[in-house]
Structures are given as C-alpha cells and as structure tokens.
Write a protein that binds this ligand. Structure first.
Ligand code: SME
Length: 165
C-alpha cells in the first residue's frame, strides 16, 4: 500500500489536509473496521510530531475496550465517565486536556503523557468509541488539532461500523 508521505513542520491546516487525503486513499474500497482502524492509527503515528501514543478505544459491552493503536501497551478497559477517554465518550464531545495532571481522574497508561486529545467516534448517532492522542509535553494540542482530528474521525466513522453497533 502506497500512501503519500507527510512532511513534518507543515502548518497544521496543511498537515491535516494531507492527512485527510491519505486517509481517504487508505479507506478507499475497504469496509473492514479493524483494518481501517489499524491503518488510521498508523497514519496518525507517522504524521503527527511530538506524540507518544495514538489509537482507539471501542465501545464494547458498555465500556471502552482498547482497539488498534501505536505506542506503548495501554490500559485495556476504561469505564464510561472515567478518565479523559471515558469522559469524552460519555459526553460525546471532544476533550482537549492541556495538562493531564490537572484533569481529575486522568488514567496514566504511559507516565510520559502530559497532554491529550480525545475525539468521540459516532456512527449513525451511536457512540462507537474514541480516538485518543497523547503527547509527552503540555499544551501539545490546539484548536487546529481539534478541527483536524474531528474531521479525521468524521471521515473514518462510516468505515468502522461493527455489526451490532
Ligand atoms: N489517559 C487516558 C487513558 C488512555 S491512555 O492514555 C492510552 C484517559 O485518561 O482516559
């Protein structure tokens, strides 16, 4: 599979535009959710600088369960409403956390994480899971990251539908 290489140091709107193009190429003609999530996490890992973890938690049996990701091994199960991921999922809204140590109930899977963004994945009105990206520095994610990653998740959402979701 050939994907366009993404240069680091680009202005964020350009970077996220390139990411959208690469994601569309990866998703083209493929409906398998596991394959699409795996490639999406690999794409983000290759494209985003200054991050230490990126990947997905999927709603299964009423809790978030670890899905495809890049980075160190992580907590497997997160109840809805717990941590940054569980809170974003329960509220169905993106959370940008500039300093995870200041977020009550933050779950420290990787002690290196200092800031985090979590974007809920909603498929046909139902919560399917979240995208979580962690960084080893505070204040890593801004409004441009929020906009870019929300667009990324919106494009991905129709291609990650599990039967029964
Ligand atoms: N920090 C997250 C847990 C997931 S890991 O960072 C991969 C949280 O508080 O939800």
């Amino acid at each position: 599979m050939q994907t366009r290489s993404i240069d680091h140091g680009l202005p964020k709107p350009v970077l996220y535009g390139d990411l959208a193009t690469s994601l569309a190429a990866l998703l083209e003609g493929e409906t398998d959710p596991l394959a699409n999530l795996a490639n999406a996490s690999a794409l983000l890992w290759a494209a985003l600088e200054r991050i230490n973890w990126c990947g997905f938690y999927l709603l299964r049996g009423g809790e978030l369960v670890l899905g495809p990701f890049q980075g160190k091994p992580a907590c497997v199960r997160i109840p809805l409403g717990k941590g940054v991921c569980g809170t974003a999922a329960a509220r169905r809204e993106t959370l940008v956390v500039p300093d995870v140590h200041a977020f009550p109930g933050h779950i420290a899977c990787d002690a290196a994480s200092r800031s985090e963004i979590v974007v809920p994945i909603v498929v046909n009105g139902a919560l399917a899971g979240v995208l979580d990206v962690d960084a080893p520095e505070t204040n890593r994610f801004d409004d441009a990251d929020r906009a870019g990653l929300e667009a990324f998740v919106e494009a991905l959402a129709p291609r990650v539908r599990w039967e029964g979701l």
